[in-house]
Design a protein around this ligand. Structure first.
Ligand code: NAP
Length: 250
């Protein structure tokens, strides 16, 4: 049974690994192609956009895809919508995998905001030392607050043209650990952390480190979730796939 997995997340990679050698499933991983050197699981993979809903419908039909798993990032709203619409049009069963958002615990000093522009505003008029981990494509709004010192961390170096003037960059790929995050925030004398509510464990240690240091965090809230059916993790996605295989008698 040929399964298209829309990836770019730890869940998509874990799902591919679980299906690497699990007949009757034949997984194909699809990546948007934003990361130049992605860590790839040992399954067939393709890269790049499909060309909107019509392109994805055409791909699903041409490749004989029998199930679609949308395991893109919680903030990948366009791909979520395209996946749901294209699957409906092509008559392919689809499931979204959405990791739960982070929730504050005792000691967290979070300000949740609805957009990147609101995150910029939440930093305020006084210069601060900011740890910015919002993804390399979302930095431009911070150019509107050029008086802060930014330490930008992303998987790959961002486009210099998108950076605010007082920014330094670190390219690093998670998972990160609390000791290292704690040491980084301290040595860089960070005063506030800005991030998206991505959820998951790989990049969460910065939040624990901020809590331990009593630092405020500006958190960009989740966009609306993909349409149902949605599950929270890989085990439930595997169960759904087994159900689809049983329905097809494979
Ligand atoms: P998006 O805004 O929802 O998607 C934009 C377009 O990128 C889609 O319409 C599609 O192009 C293409 N695309 C996205 N994911 C794709 C995939 N897995 N395979 C093929 N094409 C894909 O999403 P995005 O924010 O650009 O995210 C792109 C990728 O980065 C995703 O794989 C996502 O999981 C990952 N990611 C996103 C974030 C984030 O915060 N948004 C963070 C970490 C990782 P066409 O319309 O041409 O098909």
């Amino acid at each position: 049974m040929k399964v298209l997995i829309l990836g770019g997340t730890t869940e998509a990679s874990a799902l591919c690994r679980a299906l690497e050698d699990a007949p009757p499933f034949r997984p194909v991983l699809s990546l948007a192609g934003r990361t130049r050197a992605p860590t790839l699981p040992a399954v067939p993979a393709r890269r790049g956009g499909f060309g909107g809903v019509p392109g994805l419908v055409e791909y699903l039909r041409r490749e004989g895809i029998e199930a679609l798993i949308d395991a893109t990032h919680p903030f990948a709203t366009q791909m979520h919508a395209h996946a749901a619409e294209a699957a409906r049009e092509a008559g392919v069963p689809r499931l979204a995998v959405l990791r739960p958002p982070w929730r504050p615990v005792d000691g967290d000093r979070w300000t949740e905001v609805g957009s990147m522009a609101a995150a910029v505003e939440a930093l305020g008029p006084a210069p601060r030392r900011v740890f910015l981990t919002v993804g390399q494509g979302e930095l431009a709004p911070f150019r509107d607050a050029p008086w802060h010192d930014y330490l930008v961390r992303s998987v790959e170096p961002p486009d210099p043209a998108a950076l605010p003037p007082r920014a330094r960059c670190i390219a690093a790929r998670g998972p990160f650990h609390q000791d290292g995050e704690h040491a980084l925030l301290r040595s860089e004398r960070i005063e506030v952390v800005v991030t998206k509510n991505s959820g998951g464990t790989a990049v969460a240690p910065k939040l624990a480190a901020a809590r331990a240091l009593g630092l405020p965090v500006v958190l960009v809230a989740r966009p609306p979730p993909p349409e149902p059916p949605v599950v929270a993790g890989v085990p439930a996605a595997l169960e759904w796939l087994r159900g689809q295989a049983a329905l097809r008698g494979v």
